[in-house]
Write a protein that binds this ligand. Structure first.
Ligand SMILES: [Cu+2]
Length: 477
């Protein structure tokens, strides 16, 4: 770091010295009052320009080679291969133009500088020139755009038949993923059904009932419901505030008053938010009861069963060489689902599902071996016992600044061999099987869901849920 600063300061000093030298020469020239000095100055300037160009070009090409092994490579997915080809073509085209224009920019001022007897040619218009500099860029850019459109269509086209569907949801500040389960279908979602036990708002008959109970309560289950709890809290705060107001107005102890005033502020802030919180829940309850009528449920009975078997694993696994179809959404603000090594990146927008497809071509295990030959990955970092490459994982990042925890919004992609993937998938319990025991259901769990309620690995025929009298029949198939 220190060396970098020293070099920087040295360069600045050299520039300042050169500037001062030329200024002095200029002033001396003016004192002498000669045409000759202007000619000399112009020559000096054009030579300095040439030196600047040569040093700049050397730096340009050097940095290319120097940083190459720190760049993300682009052969881990089909999109990567395609986009990398596009990148290389674009780089060649723009690189050639860059070199030609910069050489001309600095060589011409030298060749055609101000000299006695060297007169500039003036022409106002040249059809030939206009033609060339319009047509050539048009053709080149059209080619690049067509190339890009092809790639875009490829990435955005509907998934192939054997593609694996994964749904990812971004929220402040983490990703969650959901797989289809054995039925191959993702259960529908409804934001009104979102609660701690059902973080994505998956729609099944039980979740509808559970949400209604958790909002409005149930006598039978001895549950109060969020709305009543908020109303109680409102009363509690008002009682407490009355006591505090009395202290603020009547206490002679000003230190005590100051402390109490802080508490009053906090309570008033909380109190002011309660009516809106109640309103949101009342409206959600109304929407739920209006939407999920008996007729509606009967008409969509099929869809309501899709959600039972959906696992929500803590990292994403995919099999190598198999197309993956990613459905992307968000619950709060804009996020962006980005897998740098797979060259895929897509906004996650609340209320507007997006998607892309990609086919991973290199397993995580093979990638680690590949990384072991990269100098930047063979180092052992401080406090680590193994080189970086051994811990390499395809990383998923949020690429949309979404709040204070944005930088921690990481997720992991593991590319498995097909066998490993199948094995992993079979071990993933459905989200339902992990949470159904905590549902509020007036008639117990449940005539709709029992067959897939427990993890696939279950070995008993019936599962009795602790502390309840509910028994679930498990289908061993
Ligand atoms: Cu984010």
């Amino acid at each position: 770091m220190a060396t970098g600063w020293l070099i920087f300061i040295a360069i600045v000093m050299i520039v300042v010295v050169l500037f001062q030298v030329t200024r002095t020469l200029d002033l001396v020239g003016q004192l002498r009052g000669g045409e000759r000095t202007t000619v000399e100055m112009t020559k000096l300037h054009s030579i300095l320009g040439l030196i600047f160009m040569i040093l700049g070009m050397i730096g340009f090409f050097w940095s290319f080679g120097h940083y190459e092994d720190r760049m993300v490579d682009h052969h881990s997915s089909d999109n990567g291969l395609m986009i990398h080809k596009m990148f290389v073509v674009t780089l060649w085209v723009t690189g050639i133009v860059f070199v030609i224009t910069n050489v001309l920019l600095f060589v011409f001022p030298y060749l055609y500088r101000n000299r006695p007897g060297n007169e500039a040619v003036h022409f106002a218009h040249s059809n030939k020139l206009e033609f060339i500099w319009t047509i050539v860029p048009t053709i080149v850019l059209t080619g690049l755009v067509v190339f890009g459109l092809q790639a875009w269509t490829d990435i955005m086209s509907p998934p192939e038949e054997d593609a694996i569907t994964i749904e990812v949801t971004g929220q402040q500040f983490f990703w969650s993923s959901r797989y289809t389960g054995p039925d191959g279908k993702l259960g529908p979602r409804d934001n009104d059904l979102i609660c701690p036990e059902n973080p994505l708002g998956i729609v099944t008959r039980e979740w509808i009932e559970h949400r209604m109970v958790s909002l409005k309560g149930s006598e039978k289950l001895n549950q109060k419901g969020e709305i009543v709890k908020l109303q109680e809290r409102e009363k509690e705060i008002n009682t407490q505030l009355a006591i505090y107001y009395d202290i603020v107005n009547n206490s002679p102890n000003k230190y005590r008053v100051a402390v109490v005033k802080d508490s009053v502020d906090l309570l008033e802030t909380e109190l002011n938010k309660i009516p809106k919180k109640i309103d949101i829940r009342e409206k959600a309850f109304t929407r739920i009861t209006t939407k999920y009528t008996e007729e509606y449920i009967a008409a969509n009975a099929d869809e309501f069963t899709w959600g039972y078997d959906d696992p929500m694993p803590s990292e994403i696994h995919v099999p190598v060489n198999n197309q993956v179809y990613v459905k992307i959404t968000a619950l709060d603000v804009l996020h962006n689902f980005y897998i740098p090594h797979m060259d895929v990146k897509m906004d996650a927008v609340p209320g507007m599902p997006t998607s892309f497809t990609f086919t991973p071509l290199v397993t995580t295990a093979d990638k680690r071996i590949e990384m072991s030959e990269n100098d930047a990955w063979t180092v052992i970092e401080e406090g680590d016992d193994m080189p970086r490459w051994q811990k390499f994982n395809y990383e998923i990042a949020c690429a949309e600044l979404c709040g204070t925890g944005h930088s921690s919004m990481k997720y992991t992609l593991i590319v498995d061999s097909p066998e490993d993937y199948e094995k992993w998938l079979a071990e993933q319990p459905s989200k339902w099987s992990q949470v159904y025991a905590s549902l509020y259901l007036e008639n117990g769990v449940s005539k709709y869901a029992p067959k897939i309620a427990a993890p696939a690995a279950a070995t008993t025929d019936t599962v009795t849920i602790a502390n309840t009298d509910v028994t679930v029949v498990v289908n061993k198939n």
